[in-house]
Design a binder for this molecule. Structure first.
Ligand SMILES: C[S@@+](CC[C@H](N)C(=O)[O-])C[C@H]1O[C@@H](n2cnc3c(N)ncnc32)[C@H](O)[C@@H]1O
Length: 210
């Protein structure tokens, strides 16, 4: 399996600048900014969580690399009560707090580099696009392995990781997470057909800690 070539999306500087612009847009026009991979994926993940018999409304759920925090906003509106958002970009956390405060939602947000460890243990770790960003950093293999180790350490015994990626297929994710996790579900994502082959634009998997 080949590593991805590093890009600016793997740097803190890129995200700080991006969220600085998004704060400006939110303050001026109320626009919360990009929902990565589209709202449909958020709906599908939340539907899966609602139907799951291992996740409850008071489960401790952390979104790592939460960006503008919109997934947590949607979860709070669905009645989930124990929500934490972490991102290494201070501007992202600032934006996420502003958005949640405007809707009077009680969500905890904290600046945190997930590669340096998470502050607590959780029943659910959610990641949409963060492992992808980490895979685009310098020394991607080392960083990916650190991520897998950190998430494993921060999950409760029966905890799950819900991960959405546009850079890796289900098989690749399984290969990478296999030592410490086993895939227990795949959340269906929109598919496209090209030349008779069916593929997905994004992959969304649920991994349980081994
Ligand atoms: C593609 S964006 C996705 C944002 C959000 N999850 C969403 O779906 O809208 C990737 C996010 O990961 C964050 N990120 C990247 N590396 C990180 C790290 N080591 N620790 C914490 N956050 C990180 C970035 O700041 C950015 O907010």
């Amino acid at each position: 399996m080949e590593e991805l070539e590093s890009s600016e999306l793997g740097t803190l500087e890129y995200w700080e600048n991006r969220y600085k612009d998004e704060i400006h847009n939110f303050s001026n026009h109320g626009d919360p900014g990009e929902v990565w991979f589209g709202e449909d994926i958020v709906d599908r993940v939340i539907r899966w969580m609602n139907e799951s018999d291992i996740i409850e409304k008071n489960s401790k759920i952390v979104d790592i690399g939460c960006g503008n925090g919109m997934l947590l906003v949607e979860l709070a509106n669905e009645g989930y009560r124990n929500l934490i958002g972490l991102d290494y970009s201070e501007n992202a956390i600032d934006l996420a707090r502003k958005i949640a405060e405007k809707q009077n939602l009680s969500i905890e947000f904290m600046t945190c580099d997930v590669l340096k460890g998470l502050p607590d243990k959780y029943e659910v770790v959610h990641d949409k696009g963060t492992y992808d960003a980490i895979s685009l950093s310098e020394n991607p293999k080392e960083q990916r392995e650190k991520y897998i180790e950190t998430v494993h350490h921060s999950l409760d015994e029966m905890g799950v990781l819900i991960i959405t990626s546009c850079n890796w297929t289900q098989n690749e994710l399984e290969e990478q997470f296999n030592g410490k996790f086993q895939r227990t579900a795949t959340i269906p994502t929109p598919q496209f057909k090209f030349g008779g082959k069916i593929g997905s634009v994004v992959t969304c998997c649920v991994f349980q800690k081994k």
